[in-house]
Write a protein that binds this ligand. Structure first.
Ligand code: BES
Ligand code: MN
Ligand code: ZN
Length: 489
């Protein structure tokens, strides 16, 4: 979607003219029929409400749209997220409406630069979809909305939108990676897609291949990869926009491009969902794209542990013992608990290579997380209260919400193994916590570390505030908000 700014004088007479309205406050100069129509339809400007009416102006029929961004009764949620939802409501309504251009009257909507950027961000994020493989769409199913023209934008609006647009680019890239099927996005092609997308951004990309990982001793990651015909990759994306020589904040993503479970194979029903088992890596790549796009003044590094978990004659077996890069050994009780095996080697390598100021991993790690939190919060686990609080705050502010869970030696004991240093699964209970305990065994010294289990957040079965059903892009806005608040202010 193309978004541009114009003055009312230079713009063509709009065909579809939209306003964002606060609760019980319609913009001035609206025709009586629309005012009375809105009242009759019980439109009051509540967040997410939309009303449209047709009027005649200067001999032309104009479609007027009113998008609500005011709090509902007894609800104090207004501000940025309400404005995003107003923009999202416009996108949802007009994306395939037949209208090609939506004109947004920012002046009459009383939006400041930040508020306008919120509306446009919501509009763009809700308008994203991926029709690359839909070759038989009927005309009325195709996206018609191509342009958004903003009238009378306030001072500073274009700069505010530029930063928000970089964030939208990041979220969209994550959604694309997550949406692509596993025959298209596998470790090597994930890297290729990133190399292409990051061209000209100034970010620095590199990767480790199988031989390099073997030489280093990443036995856990390679154990997962060995059952697949696809070669594993460890992708590194660097954006060093902060103080020269300053310690970086490192994000590590689980990138299992398909998770069959391996020899501990998953049931057939719903297995197709496991194409999005790379959602953590996808979020890391998308966030890095946003940082580069908006030239973030921070030193940030993204690492994606990319493997495919398949069963074949060479696959690892339950009971196998692998040696991790850290030197610790792991008894692989269940080959379906593969995410932690990939992450542990990536975490060790990240710490040795970069001495991070903070280390944050994102992973679709456990089904148990979805049982605990559903699709409303990601799970947060951390060895550092300050880091945990900062992430919780970034979650609230960005809409990518988190909820903290405990860690303790009593949980840690549950993954002791009789034959190796640890096993890769605990008992049935507290499955998300024992997964986090496993990862914590690979945190070195006092490195501030947080683990985000986003299994329930990467994919949606129904449309949400600023996404359609499908890939949500969860995590990008969270990380971006965290970096903005902690490293850039
Ligand atoms: N990728 C899955 C977790 C998952 C399940 C994410 C459903 C999203 C939806 C992970 O690799 C896995 O299989 N975890 C197992 C762990 C178990 C074997 C201890 C699980 O959650 O069942
Ligand atoms: Mn698994
Ligand atoms: Zn998995």
């Amino acid at each position: 979607m193309h978004i541009r700014f114009q003055s009312a004088a230079e713009a063509a007479a709009p065909r579809l003219l939209a306003f964002v309205v606060a609760r019980d406050k319609l913009p001035a100069g609206i025709e009586r029929a629309v005012i009375e129509g809105a009242a009759a339809a019980r439109f009051s400007g509540k967040t997410g409400q939309l009303f449209e009416g047709f009027v005649e102006r200067g001999g032309q029929v104009v479609r007027l749209a009113l998008a609500g961004a005011g709090p509902a009764n007894g609800d104090d949620e207004a501000g940025g997220s309400a404005l995003e939802r107003a923009g999202a409501a416009l996108a949802a309504r007009y994306l395939t409406s037949g209208e090609a251009t939506l004109t947004l009257d920012a002046g009459a909507s009383g939006l400041d630069a930040k508020g306008l950027a919120s509306v446009l961000l919501g509009l763009r994020l809700r308008a994203w979809r991926y029709d690359a493989y839909r070759t038989r769409l009927k005309d009325e199913q195709k996206v018609s909305l191509k342009d958004v023209v903003v009238l009378d934008a306030p001072e500073g609006a274009e700069a505010a939108w530029q930063a928000a647009a970089a964030l939208a680019d990041g979220v969209e890239f994550t959604r694309e990676l997550v949406t692509e099927p596993a025959n298209v996005i596998y470790p090597e092609s994930f890297v290729e897609r990133c190399l292409k997308r990051f061209e000209g951004t100034g970010a620095e990309l590199s990767f480790l291949d199988e031989d390099e990982m073997r030489k280093l001793g990443m036995g856990a990651l390679l154990g997962v990869a060995q059952g697949s015909a696809r070669k594993p990759r460890l992708l590194v994306i660097k954006w060093l926009g902060g103080e020269a020589g300053g310690k970086p904040t490192v994000f590590v993503g689980k990138g299992v491009t398909f998770d069959t479970g391996g020899i501990s194979i998953k049931p057939a029903a719903g297995m197709e969902d496991m194409k999005w088992d790379m959602g953590g890596a996808g979020a890391v790549a998308g966030a890095m794209l946003a940082f580069a796009g908006r030239k973030a003044r921070a030193n940030v590094i993204g690492i994606c542990g990319l493997v495919e978990n398949m069963p074949d004659g060479n696959a690892q077996r339950p009971g196998d013992v692998v040696t991790t890069l850290s030197g610790q050994t792991v008894e692989v009780i269940n080959t379906d608990a593969e995410g932690r095996l990939v992450l542990c080697d990536a975490l060790t390598w990240a710490q040795r290579e970069f001495k991070p100021a903070a280390l944050i991993d994102l992973a679709t790690l456990t089904g148990a997380m979805i049982i605990a939190l559903g699709h409303e919060h990601g799970g947060l686990f951390s060895n550092n209260d300050g880091l945990a609080d900062d992430l919780l705050a970034a979650g609230k502010a960005s809409g990518d919400k988190l909820w903290r869970f405990p860690l303790s030696p009593a949980y840690d004991k549950l993954i002791d193994s009789p034959i190796a240093d640890m096993k890769n699964v605990g008992p049935r209970w507290a499955g998300s916590i024992t997964a986090a305990q496993y990862l914590q065994r690979f945190v070195e010294g006092s490195t501030p570390w947080a683990h985000l289990d986003i299994a329930g957040m990467v994919w949606a079965d129904k449309p949400g505030a600023t996404w359609d059903k499908g890939a949500t892009g969860f995590g990008v806005r969270l990380i971006d908000g965290y970096v903005r608040a902690k490293l850039e202010s």
